[in-house]
Design a protein around this ligand. Structure first.
Ligand code: SF4
Ligand SMILES: [Zn+2]
Ligand SMILES: [Zn+2]
Length: 319
């Protein structure tokens, strides 16, 4: 039979392949892809999450109903749920986006129920912010140059901090994948913003003052592999995209990174390694590379770099 019609085989077990990992040259079946993801997440957890002996640790896993955070929660649960000194809580921020948030919130709730994990949620109005649908409308009405995501990103961070405080979290786990990380590093480079790259999670060895440290156990795993894993595991996941996300700069960076990765496989890993090396250099140089000392916001008390925090500033604009 001609090779043309043959399904590629897994390079480990000869079963039908579902994925060609171009950056490593490997061809993988669903089982071996899942296996590699399990190993990568366990390794990242060992590196990023240091559980102090004799002390209880509560981990808030920020979930959205999407694939990344679903895989994150499922993996953290599998690795840590048998430990008596660890409590895992799933937390979802409700931004107030009709047609998008209610079904995704439901997926997040279902996943927590399935895994037997406590589920917490907080909405923008509960935090004193307007719902995102209203923010997006106001942006249109006032010809605001900012995209809805600029507001939403800042408000959501407050929401996650609020949930962390509510459950007494010692650590916050976020579902950023390799593509997200590479996009963020590129965006920071474009803005000449070294500070922001130095502040990137994981905060295991670089804690930020006044904030529960963030860990990002999926950061070396490409988005596509996470997607395949979520499908393979049949996790309840909402696949639609937010209606306000269109036109956000991040989407342009998504295309750019995808193009660079197609041309030079391994680009995403390279960007992330560079950011890690920058953080190491900063540690070697002491804190002298970091110009900004955090202070608490005059309005809400959260740690920030100016006199009032971005969230309070944006809340004011949206009044
Ligand atoms: S796409 Fe933008 S507006 Fe929509 S949820 Fe994400 S950050 Fe918020
Ligand atoms: Zn295989
Ligand atoms: Zn504030």
């Amino acid at each position: 039979m001609s090779d043309l019609f043959e399904v590629p085989e897994c390079d480990k077990c000869r079963n039908p392949a579902v994925h060609h990992q171009v950056y490593s040259g490997r061809i993988m079946c669903a089982h071996h892809l899942s296996d590699s993801i399990r190993k990568k997440v366990s390794k990242a957890l060992r590196e990023q999450l240091h559980l102090p002996k004799g002390k209880h640790t509560t981990i808030l896993v920020a979930i959205s109903g999407g694939k990344d955070s679903a895989v994150l929660l499922e993996r953290i649960h599998d690795n840590l749920s048998r430990r008596r000194d660890v409590t895992i809580v799933g937390g979802c921020v409700d931004e107030g986006i009709a047609g998008y948030r209610p079904p995704s919130l439901e997926c997040a709730r279902q996943l927590c129920e399935k895994l037997g994990i406590r589920f917490e949620t907080v909405s923008y109005p509960e935090l004193g912010f307007k719902e995102m649908d209203e923010v997006a409308q106001k942006i249109l009405d006032t010809n605001d140059k900012k995209a809805p995501c600029s507001y939403c990103g800042v408000f959501r961070r407050q929401g996650i901090n609020h949930l962390a405080e509510r459950v007494g979290a010692d650590v916050i786990a976020l579902g950023h994948n390799l593509d997200d990380m590479a996009q963020t590093i590129m965006m920071n480079m474009q803005n000449g913003d070294v500070e922001r790259t130095l502040r990137l999670a994981p905060h295991t060895n670089t804690p930020l003052e006044g904030m529960a440290p963030r860990i990002v156990p999926l950061r070396w795993i490409p988005e596509q592999e996470i997607h395949l894993y979520a499908l393979h595991k049949k996790l309840p996941v909402h696949h639609e995209e937010c209606p306000h996300g269109e036109g956000a700069l991040r989407f342009r960076h998504r295309e750019t990174i995808a193009m660079m990765e197609a041309d030079v496989p391994g680009t995403r890993h390279g960007l992330l390694r560079m950011a890690d090396d920058m953080k190491k250099l900063q540690q070697m140089a002491g804190s002298s590379l970091s110009k900004i000392k955090p202070v608490s916001c005059a309005k809400c008390g959260q740690m920030c770099s100016g006199t009032i925090c971005k969230a309070c500033e944006m809340k004011e604009v949206m009044r």
